[in-house]
Design a binder for this molecule. Structure first.
Ligand code: PMP
Length: 364
């Protein structure tokens, strides 16, 4: 629709600015150096070693590059593979909604059942009591995602400790979607599952280089899991994609040495969030808190009482700005009159979108 209506696309989550040309050069060099054949199934050793070092320095967790890290074609694939490694028909998986769109289909394709637990509104926090009441002997996984798409909420240390208590003594696995690990704002720390040994021992932790290096089209990521779980993960991986793009892996292995590239990502995107938010302050759109990811939700009740979907369609057609209705992230279409904007855009794009939203608000 954004193309059809020539709208500024703040809908889909992807950066519209250039990725690092240094990383492109490193991949090119890898190609020139002949790294063009199948990679090792688990990922090329230099990349797995570099990830193990990063994990240790960020989260204080020693993971084995040989047995606990597998390179994947993106975070989505890592999530699918983790779920498929474990789930059997009849199993239940707790999904906190609103949720990234691949979780539920990934559960159902395995014959398992998503148990949908809403996050609180408008803070989008986890109601752990509600989670507890939805656990039974069929519960196989709880999926968490921090920083969170679509809401920008983040999990705290207290959340992680509560989760650890809830799963203690059960056979429940954790799928932790941490693709936005570096895109976190307001001096908050990312609470990775990797920091909590009692959680990590039952977790698959999924990451995406597409998000870290502004190259979502490269589809490259990884999963970290303890040995006994990674063994199962690889049984699915072996006969699915088997191995990932070789030169990209060598290029990223080198680039990971430049720590500032990912350390500065939070402040880089926080500036964009704030630029967008300041300009939106001149409209009747009301921001909900965003502490991470590249998304911010806005409440439009002061402008319209249409459904989220109708409003989003009209915004695209009449304002020329594409967004996503948050109801699309709920199976039952929960409608709180909030829409998601992606602010991972260059300054000109944000300013153009702002002018259009400002004009639309004035006309409405
Ligand atoms: N999880 C979340 C929460 C995401 O937002 C995304 C990308 N939009 C992914 C996973 C998938 O990452 P990738 O593009 O590496 O498959």
């Amino acid at each position: 629709m954004a193309k059809k209506y020539n709208a500024v696309n703040l809908g889909q989550g992807f950066p519209d600015f250039s990725m690092s040309s240094d990383l492109v050069d490193l991949v090119y060099t890898a190609m020139k150096n002949g790294h063009n054949q199948y990679a090792h199934m688990n990922g090329v050793p230099p990349l797995r070693n570099a990830i193990a070092e990063k994990v240790y320095s960020l989260y204080g967790k020693e993971v084995s590059p040989d047995e606990e890290i597998t390179i994947t074609p993106g975070g989505t694939y890592a999530i699918y593979t983790a779920l498929t490694s474990v789930l059997k028909p009849g199993d239940e998986v707790i999904v906190l909604e609103p949720a990234f769109d691949s979780y539920i289909p990934n559960i159902e394709i395995n014959g398992a059942k998503p148990i949908l637990v809403p996050l609180t509104f408008p803070d989008y926090k986890i109601d752990w009591e509600l989670v507890k009441t939805n656990i039974n002997s069929a519960t196989r996984f709880i999926i968490i995602n921090s920083p969170h798409n679509p809401t920008g909420s983040v999990l705290s240390k207290a959340d992680m400790e509560t989760l650890a208590k809830i799963v203690s003594g059960t056979n429940i696995f954790i799928l932790s979607d941490e693709v936005y690990e570096h895109i976190i704002f307001d001096n908050l720390q990312h609470e990775s599952v990797l920091k909590y040994p009692e959680l990590f021992e039952r977790s698959f932790v999924c990451f995406s280089f597409g998000k870290v290096y502004n190259c979502t089209g490269w589809k490259i990521g990884y999963c970290v899991a303890p040995r006994r779980l990674m063994k199962e993960f690889r049984k699915v991986h072996q006969f699915n994609c088997f191995s990932c793009n070789t030169p990209v892996q060598f290029g990223i292995a080198d680039f990971l040495k430049q720590r500032t590239q990912y350390e500065n990502l939070g402040s880089f995107f926080q500036n964009k969030r704030d630029l967008f938010k300041t300009a939106m302050g001149k409209t009747r759109f009301i921001p909900l808190a965003s502490h991470g990811s590249y998304f911010q939700l806005y409440d439009y009740k002061a402008i319209s009482n249409e459904s989220e979907k109708d409003f989003a369609l009209r915004l695209c057609q009449e304002a020329g700005v594409a967004c996503i209705p948050v109801s699309a992230f709920y199976r039952n279409g929960t409608d709180n009159k909030v829409i998601r904007f992606c602010f991972a855009k260059q300054k000109d794009t944000i300013e153009e979108a702002m002018q259009r939203l400002f004009d639309f608000d004035k006309r409405s």
